[in-house]
Design a protein around this ligand. Sequence first.
Ligand SMILES: C[S@@+](CC[C@H](N)C(=O)[O-])C[C@H]1O[C@@H](n2cnc3c(N)ncnc32)[C@H](O)[C@@H]1O
Length: 228
Amino acid sequence: MTATAEQPEKAVLLTPQVLEYVRGQLPPFTDVQRDLIDATLALGQVAEMQVPPEQGALLTLLARLTGARVAVEVGTFTGYSTLALAEGVGPGGRVITCDVTDRWSGIATAAWTRAGVADRVEPLLGPAAETLRGLPREQFVDLAFLDADKVGYLAYWEELVPRLRPNGLIVADNVLYAGEAAAPDAVGNARAIREFNDHVRGDDRVESVLLTVADGLTLARKKGPGER
Ligand SMILES: C[S@@+](CC[C@H](N)C(=O)[O-])C[C@H]1O[C@@H](n2cnc3c(N)ncnc32)[C@H](O)[C@@H]1O
């Protein structure tokens, strides 16, 4: 089946009013979340890298829904999505989070400590492709979240899928790249994302869906043996 643009679309235009309403449906921020958002906003333009609150809530929910005990995150920044994953894996769970820089790790670590989840978080510093290659080559990952450099997504995917347990979930952020990934002549990061999306779609190890959440979010479930 091929879905077409002619089929009725049910998407809602995300006006400021609608977005405010959506965010009003979320549980209230904890003090730690609020302060982490404020500390990140104080950094200026880079704050736009932080996942929006509805996506944070979704990550926590997905981790709980899948019963994830081990999560791997690519792209820590100031640690908001890490915090969401750490809440989701619960006490005794692990979140391995990779970043190429420790520039923002002070903000992140302070938030994780205050939230009482620091003992679940293992920050790993370095280019993520190398970091992921260094992880055990076993199926020990329940949930992975991709949110780093877009040209690296394909390499991260190829390192993560074999380490994902059957039924495990990969969540990839920015898969619409502000809509630019939809253009056949996309260039740069948008082109990299387009190639990543094609790769995911053609990968029979997973079943996936690309959601129009935030900047586009792909959810991919690893199939079990004999499911292909
Ligand atoms: C969009 S931000 C992550 C945002 C974070 N998930 C959050 O919600 O706060 C992307 C992060 O990826 C990191 N990054 C960029 N290239 C990387 C690489 N090659 N390996 C590891 N991390 C990288 C950046 O330093 C940055 O902190």
